[in-house]
Write a new protein. Structure first.
Length: 98
């Protein structure tokens, strides 16, 4: 019996061992054309060594009217773990000044 989860359907199998390169539903899913519907101030925090950068965050930067991007040195996909204090300071500042 083959078991299937929602995650497996959405992500599919890891492509060449890269869990961020989807072969499932998310392979063709995009925020392009949808991010413009975000109308509140938005904070993007991305790691310098993040797999999901560049083209992955471009729709957010191009379409959201009030977007702020912070790139954290020395981090990958989990800056909230890798640089927790700095991450929380950035989020706190954003929430209290927006």
């Amino acid at each position: 019996m083959v078991r299937c989860s929602v995650s497996n359907k959405l992500r599919g199998d890891d492509k060449d061992g890269n869990p961020f390169e989807s072969t499932g539903y998310f392979k063709t899913w995009t925020m392009a054309g949808r991010a413009k519907n975000i109308t509140v101030p938005t904070l993007l925090i991305n790691g310098i060594n993040e797999f999901a950068s560049g083209e992955a965050i471009k729709p957010f930067l191009d379409e959201i009217p009030d977007v702020r991007l912070i790139m954290l040195d020395g981090t990958t996909h989990s800056p909230h773990f890798e640089r927790k204090e700095e991450y929380m300071r950035i989020v706190r500042n954003f929430l209290t000044t927006s």
